[in-house]
Design a protein around this ligand. Structure first.
Ligand code: ATP
Ligand code: MG
Length: 433
């Protein structure tokens, strides 16, 4: 629409054409108001029944809520209107009517359960506070991309249909690829590693991952968006520096560019993490968990951190932190072990007090060690020949990591459920829409 003005941009004394949804109709008898809503806000349209064309009044006041209309009229100052402005319509067209019964109420007066909201995401996202989550998500991705570019990283896109998984046959969704078994990729891990040995050296990818995890939790999806980073000639500590920088850049971007959205969501004290994130070794982490006395059973060296341990440690530390130097056993085979202590790996996790956000590490770039790792993991290196072969042609030392975008949004905005941070979640119960 060429001559459309957004409601936020209309000015008193001008004639304008606005377009949007009928948010509400308030009929007070001789006078009635239609509240029109667009993505920038709302505008009050005034109908003075005795002074206006009968057809216009009828069309304007008989239209159902959430219908799409366009209205042209003079904009006037009106201190009693919510925005201090109102429009006196000359014409009103209904572009798309809405049924009188709606599956959920976009004005938010009637609360809907999450499944109803997800079934009707279009209507759900007409609510400003739901829309705000996705504006913030978009800003996070923008700032993250900008940060990656500022540290010399190239954006790549790798295949999502693959012949073999990253860590073997578990947790993969099988598909049929021209009569051959294939899978939806669970991580760009192997592809991004192949790229650090290419002319690109330092890469990032933002894309979907697919995991056939059976569990149904508030922080797992079966399709998620991952932010992956991998760089040649860095060790795990330098990779953690970039990881920390990315996270801070995301918070800064949101603080700078999403003030309105944060206000809508009720964050008047949104804080950008400023201090360096503590880097606890795994050993320090389990000692600290045990010292909280929060767990029924003390952790011993070699245990993975159960959810309760993550929570106890999170509230003890009180902010983002890294856990480094994990036992090799519980980290994937492509993570490098310390030469002087092969029980210990150069893997790390970035934790938010509520949950794990990132896993990463220094990778094994030496061919013989890599192949041995596959075998120790019970995987057939032959199947991964496309990957291991490149380690015979000059693969530099490298490190990297991966975030879940939804977990970043969820922890940043303190959402209860990861499904709030994705438009159309895929989980055990949900394949449509
Ligand atoms: P968790 O132990 O919490 O299930 P993970 O260790 O299996 O996660 P990684 O393979 O380390 O996950 O993936 C890197 C990051 O991707 C995680 O730290 C998390 O932020 C995100 N992620 C992984 N799996 C999921 C999932 N099923 N749903 C949403 N995000 C996920
Ligand atoms: Mg992990």
């Amino acid at each position: 629409m060429e001559n459309r003005t957004h409601t936020a941009d209309v000015a008193a004394g001008e004639t304008a054409t606005v377009a949007g949804w009928v948010h509400e109709i308030r009929d007070l008898g001789g006078i009635a108001f239609l509240i029109l809503r667009d993505r920038t806000g709302k505008l009050q349209i005034k109908f003075e029944k005795d002074e206006m064309d009968e057809d216009l009044v009828e069309t304007g006041l008989d239209v159902h809520r959430e219908s799409v209309v366009t209205v042209t009229g003079a904009v006037e100052e009106e201190p009693r209107a919510p925005t201090g402005l109102e429009m006196v319509p000359d014409s009103l067209d209904v572009l798309a009517g809405a049924d009188p019964e709606l599956p959920l109420d976009p004005s938010g007066k009637v609360d809907a359960e999450l499944p109803t909201r997800l079934d009707n995401r279009t209507l759900d996202l007409r609510k400003p506070e739901v829309k705000a989550i996705f504006e913030i998500r978009s800003e996070i991705l923008r700032s993250v991309r900008e940060y990656f570019r500022s540290v010399g990283s190239t954006e790549i896109n790798t295949p999502k249909i693959v012949a073999t998984g990253t860590e073997g046959g578990t947790e993969l969704f099988p598909i049929t690829y021209f009569g051959q078994e294939a899978f939806m990729n669970q991580s760009p891990q192997l592809f991004k590693q192949l790229m650090v040995g290419s002319g690109l050296e330092r890469v990032f990818e933002i894309g979907p991952i697919f995991r056939a995890e059976e569990h149904n939790t508030p922080r797992h999806l079966n399709e998620a968006t991952m932010i992956d980073f991998e760089s040649a000639f860095v060790d795990h500590h330098e990779a953690m520096d970039v990881c920390e920088g990315t996270l801070k850049a995301a918070y800064e971007g949101v603080a700078e560019n999403c003030a309105e959205e944060l206000e809508l969501l009720g964050y008047d004290d949104f804080a950008v993490p400023e201090d360096d994130f503590p880097r606890l070794t795994y050993e320090e982490a389990i000692e600290r968990v045990n010292a909280t006395g929060e767990l029924d059973e003390q952790l011993v060296w070699g245990d993975d951190l159960p959810t309760e341990a993550e929570k106890a440690l999170g509230s003890d530390v009180g902010g983002h932190y890294f856990i480094t130097d994990w036992p090799s056993e519980i980290k994937p085979f492509y993570i490098q072990d310390y030469d002087d202590d092969p029980q210990l790996s150069k893997g790390f996790d970035l934790m938010h007090p509520r949950m794990e956000l990132v896993s990463g590490g220094q990778r094994e770039h030496r061919y013989d060690e890599l192949v041995a790792g596959f075998e120790q993991q019970g995987l057939d290196p032959e199947q991964f020949d496309y990957y291991t072969r490149m380690f015979r042609y000059g693969m530099p030392p490298h490190a990297g990591w991966a975030y879940g975008v939804e977990r970043l949004v969820m922890t940043m905005l303190d959402l209860d459920n990861i499904r709030e941070a994705v438009l159309f979640p895929r989980d055990r119960q949900r394949l449509s829409p």
